[in-house]
Write a protein that binds this ligand. Structure first.
Ligand code: URA
Length: 308
């Protein structure tokens, strides 16, 4: 989409149908003018509605690309890529003819089912998937055995997975039947196999995993293996949610890699039980005869005044 503050390389790349790198080269070679002046900086922010851009002297106009937002209900045994060397069923097959225009937002494991968004809006896809924005994803996990409330609390507080503490998760016990349990878990991270590893860490192997929501978007009105366009309201709600996440990320302290820094609690790990400690009774401290008396602190010597 053309925005009031576009970047020159992005604009040229879209208009000329070339890669960003080729656009960079065209600009650096001096083939591009902005408002009549040769421009050599590919990252130049500019307003395409105010400045006239020319490539080799020819006026450059971009065609506004129609944005597409859709959701699919991924079945089991589908890879979330658009092609697969091993010949497995891919995400492309889920969206049929539209597969040349859209790509999946983020990934699901081969055996994870449920909500998968597709779009050609790179900006939205970036914000939905970059860990810096902390977009929440909700899953329903079916597992072997029935986890105790204490074990679910461990997930809520955060636990180390491969040496790195997970952020607190929102966990809701749903039901237990025939020695199996269903638990809903909402996380704002997307590490590889994260949900499966979290349950594994508390001693429960996930048998089935289904994603049921991304931010405000729920898996609704779509059968497994099928897809549908998001409604206007769903797109607006998704944008409002992402904008809110963007504001929060802008306020959070940053680290070098751009991911919001862990809070002091995240760095320290789960809260430890406090040691038993009672307030000592009021009055003078009882002296311990086995200890030598503590020397009193001498008053600090007065500072010498400079002579003069
Ligand atoms: N967590 C997992 O373990 N698998 C997924 O597909 C998504 C989240």
């Amino acid at each position: 989409m053309v925005t009031p503050t576009d970047r020159l390389n992005r604009y040229i790349s879209r208009a000329a149908g070339v890669s960003r790198r080729t656009a960079d080269e065209m600009i650096r070679k001096g083939r591009v003018t902005v408002g009549g002046k040769r421009e050599l900086d590919p990252g130049l922010p500019f307003d395409p509605f105010r400045s006239e851009v020319r490539l080799d002297g020819n006026l450059v106009i971009t065609v506004q690309e129609e944005k597409i937002y859709l959701l699919a209900n991924k079945p089991d045994s589908v890879v979330t890529t658009m092609s697969d060397k091993e010949g497995r069923k891919t995400a492309a097959s889920l969206v049929g003819e539209l597969s040349s225009r859209v790509y999946p937002v983020g990934r699901l494991d081969y055996h994870t089912t449920g909500l998968l968004l597709f779009t050609n809006d790179g900006d939205l896809a970036y914000k939905l998937t970059h860990p810096r924005f902390g977009v929440e994803k909700t899953y329903v996990a079916k597992m072997k055995g029935v986890p105790t409330p204490g074990k679910l609390d461990v997930l809520r507080r955060g636990l180390p997975i491969e040496g790195v503490l997970t952020n607190p998760a929102k966990v809701t016990f749903l039901e237990a039947r025939e020695g199996k349990a269903w638990v809903s878990i909402r996380i704002a991270e997307g590490r590889h196999h994260q949900v499966r590893k979290m349950f594994e860490a508390i001693g429960h192997r996930v048998m089935k995993l289904r994603r049921v929501a991304i931010g405000p978007q729920e898996l609704e009105n779509v059968e497994p293996g099928d897809w549908r366009y998001l409604t206007g309201k769903e797109v607006r709600d998704l944008f409002a949610y992402v904008e809110q996440k963007e504001r929060e990320a802008a306020q959070a302290p940053k680290t070098r890699n751009g991911i919001a820094a862990a809070t002091p609690r995240e760095r320290k790990g789960p809260r430890q039980p406090k040691p038993e400690w009672k307030k000592p009774p009021k009055g003078p401290r009882p002296t311990d005869p086995s200890r030598p008396a503590k020397p009193r602190r001498r008053p600090a010597p007065a500072k010498k005044r400079p002579a003069g």
